[in-house]
Every structure is written in structure tokens, then in C-alpha cells.
Design a protein around this ligand. Structure first.
Ligand code: FES
Length: 383
């Protein structure tokens, strides 16, 4: 409980149960929906050292963190990954590796298993080789399928994560068949969220309502046929909903992300909110960052809420939606997420959908995640 007595949590536990370590923003792929910041370059020469990450792991366990995600960028680019997994396993975390598969050789897979890695989440963008390779800007499809089979051959539980957007929303049946053939345990169709790189490409990536309804129907039929053999998730796109997503289960409620340079974030996108300060684990202990940091406390509980959230009967279900989306679309993170039908800014969502599907709209090439494109996107934002 903070000294002023305000409510600090909605989950009843007050622990960062989910700790996510973004080991690096470096990545060999160029995905145009990447959730990493557009100005990611500044982190490259500030990445935490092995010893600094180990300290984060120890402090995270002391705070009660249990689920641990190693992600990036591409975490396989860190050659100390096995050492960090070993330390995390020794401390008692349930360890997850979130990877594109690039760099995950059989030798490293064996080493990760020996270090105690529990689960692997592999991304796949399409059931089609050409489309996958063009979307990620590299010849990755064959490698991903090979890695997926290798992960299963080595006995790991596997999540196949499929980001859903206009280009692949009609492929759910083929992706389901592929996932079944590989023996995937959890298949997650995750409609992408429009921040950072995805925001720069929103007009091109937003699927149509018809595409999503057809995809969801297909998933439902597959669930009935497949039963317990594979768990299939379909993460609803909030641009087509009337209620916002319960983003991060509430700000500073159970999620704690540490960025490559050590900045502690309530969610992986939080740095896009201007005006917040993000101290790093180099400056402060994880306990201070979680419990005392003004940034983590800013949107905890419901004291910060304005109308219509403040008096809304669903505020403990959705926490007013996503703070990052509220900032991105309205310029103020304390506003109701415009994805909510009760938000005075809800029209912005409808306008974005209409613009993306306007008849005769000029189709633009996707802005791929490259350093040059980053400079152009940032210049356009400033202009
Ligand atoms: Fe940051 Fe939703 S993505 S709060």
C-alpha cells in the first residue's frame, strides 16, 4: 500500500507475476508490425550485461515474479541466453522463450533444454513461403518450419504465435492444418495491436470485419474438431469491438517488462507515452521501480480515471482499456481508450477503419522495420 493509502492493485496480490525481459532490440527480421519502439537504435549500445540481467532475475523472484519471458528483438542474438535461462531456472521461474526461430540451432536448443527452459513461443506469419519471406524481409519460412519441428522433437511445449493482419487473415485454415501437422500445443492467432511499427502501417495491415468474422468462425469449427489435442486462442482485435481490452490486466498490476537498456516498463509499449519517466534497473532496485516509481503508480487502481471510466460498472473488468492506445489516439494516456464504445473519442477508431478500407485508396508499400525507415517515421511524426 502506498503511503497515501490509495489502491495500488486490482488483482489482489500486488506482485509482478509476469516478468518480461527484452534482452535486445536487435533482430534479423524487418516485420512491419513489430511492437519494438521505432527509435530502437538508441538501445543497441546500452544493453544490460549478463550480470545485470542476473540481478534483475534475483530481484524479480524476491518480488514474487513466477512467469518469465525472454524476448526481444530476437533473444537468440544474445549469446548468454543459455546462462540466463539456467539462472532463472535455478531461481524457480517458469521460463518461456519468445523467438522468431532465427538463430535457434539444434545445438542451442539442446543447451537451452539442459539449462531448464520450459516452453517456447515461435512466431509464424503465414502458411505461404513467399508471403512469409516478403512480410519479414528475409528467407525465413523454411527455417521457421524446421525450427518448429525441432522444438517438438526435443519435447518442448510449444506456442505457435500468428500475428493476424489483412495479408494473412484468410489463411487460418491452412495455418491450422500446418500447426496440427507440426504437433503444436497452443496456437495463438493474435490480432496485431496498432502501436509503433504497426501504427505506421495501420492502413495497410487492418483486416476487414468480414475477414475476421470468417477467421473466427473457422477457428471455432477447428476447436470442435481438434478438441484437447491443441488449444487455439483467437485474440480479438479491439478495433472491431465495443469494449476495450483489459490491457496488461491493468497498468502495474501483474506485468513488469525490463527493456534492453534496463528501463522498467508497465507494458512493452509504455515508452511511447510522452511525459512519463522510465528509470532503469541500473539506477534503482526492481522493488523500488515496481512499488514506488511514479510511472508504475500513475495508472494503478482507479484513482486516475476520468469519466466515463470512473463511474463505469465495467472498470474492474477492463481498467479503462489501454493507456498506450489512449495516448496514441487522443494525446492523453488518462483518457478512456477510444476502442471503448463509451469513449467520446470512439469515432477515431471507426474513422481509422473506414480510411483503411476506403474504396479506391492508394495501396502503399509496407514500412519495414529498418534503421532508415525508422528515421523517416520519426521525422514524419515530428513534422
Ligand atoms: Fe501499454 Fe496497453 S499497450 S497499456
Amino acid at each position: 500500500m502506498p503511503k497515501d493509502g490509495s489502491v495500488v492493485r486490482l488483482d489482489g496480490q500486488g506482485k509482478p507475476l509476469w516478468l518480461v525481459l527484452e534482452l535486445t532490440y536487435r533482430c534479423p527480421l524487418k516485420c512491419p508490425w513489430c511492437s519494438n519502439p521505432v527509435d530502437y537504435e538508441h538501445c543497441h549500445d546500452k544493453e544490460l550485461s549478463t550480470e545485470e540481467w542476473k540481478r534483475v532475475l534475483r530481484e524479480g523472484r524476491e518480488l514474487g515474479a513466477l512467469q518469465l519471458g525472454f524476448t526481444g528483438g530476437e533473444p537468440m542474438l544474445r549469446d548468454d541466453l543459455e546462462e540466463l535461462v539456467g539462472e532463472a531456472n535455478r531461481l524457480g521461474y517458469y521460463t518461456n522463450l519468445i523467438t522468431s526461430g532465427v538463430g535457434l540451432t539444434e545445438e542451442r536448443l539442446v543447451a537451452l533444454k539442459a539449462a531448464g527452459l520450459k516452453q517456447i513461443q515461435l512466431s509464424l506469419q503465414s502458411s505461404d513461403r513467399e508471403l512469409t519471406d516478403s512480410l519479414v524481409g528475409a528467407r525465413a519460412f523454411d527455417l521457421k518450419i524446421k525450427v518448429a519441428r525441432m522444438i517438438k522433437a526435443h519435447g518442448f511445449p510449444m506456442v505457435l504465435n500468428v500475428p493476424v493482419f489483412r495479408h494473412n487473415a484468410d489463411q487460418t485454415a491452412d495455418i491450422l492444418a500446418l500447426a496440427e501437422d507440426i504437433g503444436v500445443d497452443y496456437l495463438e492467432f493474435a490480432n496485431i495491436q496498432y502501436y509503433n511499427w504497426a501504427m505506421a502501417n495501420r492502413d495497410e495491415l487492418l483486416p476487414t470485419r468480414q475477414q475476421l468474422e470468417a477467421a473466427e468462425r473457422g477457428v471455432q469449427v477447428a476447436r470442435e474438431r481438434i478438441g484437447d489435442r491443441m488449444t487455439i486462442y483467437f485474440v480479438i482485435p479491439d478495433y472491431y469491438e465495443e469494449r476495450p481490452k483489459a490491457c496488461m490486466n491493468g497498468w502495474g498490476s501483474i506485468h513488469l517488462t525490463v527493456a534492453p537498456d534496463g528501463a522498467a516498463l508497465p507494458c512493452q509499449e509504455a515508452r511511447l507515452i510522452q511525459g512519463l519517466d522510465f528509470p532503469t534497473v541500473r539506477e534503482r532496485s526492481l522493488a523500488w521501480l515496481w512499488n514506488e516509481s511514479p510511472t508504475f503508480r500513475k495508472f494503478r487502481g482507479d484513482e486516475w480515471m476520468r469519466e466515463p471510466c470512473r463511474s463505469c460498472s465495467e472498470k474492474e473488468k477492463d481498467f479503462g482499456g489501454c493507456r498506450c492506445q489512449a495516448f496514441l489516439l487522443t494525446g492523453d494516456a488518462a483518457n478512456t481508450d477510444p476502442a471503448c464504445g463509451r469513449s467520446p473519442a470512439h469515432h477515431l477508431i471507426g474513422e481509422a477503419v473506414a480510411r483503411a478500407h476506403a474504396p479506391g485508396r492508394t495501396v502503399k508499400p509496407l514500412v519495414m522495420r529498418t534503421e532508415r525507415a525508422a528515421r523517416e517515421v520519426l521525422e514524419a511524426d515530428r513534422g
